[in-house]
Design a protein around this ligand. Structure first.
Ligand code: SF4
Length: 334
């Protein structure tokens, strides 16, 4: 019987679920790395920049500030919206007086002002032919640290070599505060991952999901070094906030939006509270890439399935989408 961790995708979902349960990891002595830390972990997957995409990303957040962030809605704020809401004044002001010069035409800022108002993130009013803006609340400082994890269930020498360049890039840019590699525990006296040529700044987590995804399913084999950027510029702060916003809006369970739950072979396999896609046609945990429009085994749900509780509920595919959307809620107890 194949295990969900046989594929990198299934392994990635296990790591995300574990991080949601147990971040920050316990060290070898079984105590948390910083018990005083007052933060909550928000977990997302496949988020990054144009140059670099991380498998798992954890945003450590200030709990009170995270609640304040919720007043700006459930969806992510992109860079244009962030420019507006972060700089919106407490009192009514013409938007061109209130906001810093964006360095590009103001008409694009005006468009972002309208989008922000439509989403309830900004107050606007017309004074003559001028648009005035006022904040709905100060945009909170909710992001404490960004943690990036690369998931490599089988970290052999060639996988480590490929990863080394990417991790070197992470260390150089310092966009994340820590980078980690998660890999399957072998039980060897010295875990093989420690012998590979990875940058010493990267932490190593060894995992054992053979008994399911429990909070003790991952241990620290090597502690990371906190990365220090060469300069703490506004550019870096903005990119980090954009990444955190993407993580906030997308989470890690939104694979139902890119895979094919409308295929008759799409099923969900339960691992504790974790739901992992299962393809009945291929008898495996399919990857997000293979479960796509180009899949040659795709078959739509028979119309009779969809008619069962039509028109309110739809067929099994619609039910799976609803379930995953509900799970995509940031409340891990669902
Ligand atoms: S047959 Fe293809 S599209 Fe259908 S569930 Fe399997 S992988 Fe996805």
């Amino acid at each position: 019987m194949p295990s969900p961790t046989d594929t990198e995708f299934g392994y990635e979902l296990c790591v995300c679920r574990w991080a949601e349960l147990a971040w920050p990891p316990a060290d070898e002595a079984g105590s948390e790395s910083d018990p005083q830390r007052d933060s909550v972990a928000l977990v997302a997957r496949q988020i990054g920049t144009k140059q670099r995409r991380w498998d798992t990303i954890i945003v450590e957040c200030n709990p009170a500030a995270l609640r304040q962030r919720a007043s700006f809605g459930d969806s992510e704020l992109d860079s244009d919206l962030l420019h507006v809401v972060r700089n919106a004044p407490a009192e009514w002001q013409w938007y061109q007086d209130a906001l810093p010069d964006p360095g590009y035409p103001w008409r694009y800022v005006r468009e972002a002002v309208h989008r922000a108002a439509d989403r309830g993130c900004l107050n606007t009013r017309k004074q003559g032919n001028r648009i005035e803006i006022k904040q709905i609340a100060p945009y909170p400082d909710w992001v404490q640290r960004l943690i990036a994890i690369e998931n490599k269930p089988d970290l052999d020498a060639s996988a480590a070599d490929q990863l080394a360049d990417q991790l070197e890039h992470d260390v150089e840019t310092g966009l994340a505060d820590e980078v980690w590699v998660a890999t399957t525990k072998t039980g060897a006296t010295v875990e093989p991952a420690l012998l590979e040529s990875l940058p010493v700044e990267a932490g190593i987590l060894t995992t054992d999901f053979s008994e399911g995804v429990a909070s003790d399913a991952a241990q620290v084999a090597w502690h990371p070094t906190t990365l220090t950027p060469t300069h703490d510029s506004e550019y870096r702060r903005s990119r980090r906030l954009e990444l955190a916003e993407r993580a906030y809006g997308r989470g890690w369970r939104s694979y139902h939006t890119t895979m094919r739950p409308d295929c008759r072979h799409f099923q969900l396999e339960r691992e504790g509270r974790l739901l992992i896609p299962w393809c009945a046609a291929k008898a495996c945990n399919q990857t997000a890439a293979s479960c796509s429009r180009s899949c040659d085994k795709f078959e739509p749900e028979p119309p009779t399935w969809r008619m069962k509780q039509w028109p309110l509920e739809g067929g099994p595919g619609a039910a799976i989408k609803r379930l995953l959307a509900k799970r995509a809620d940031r409340n891990p107890s669902l």
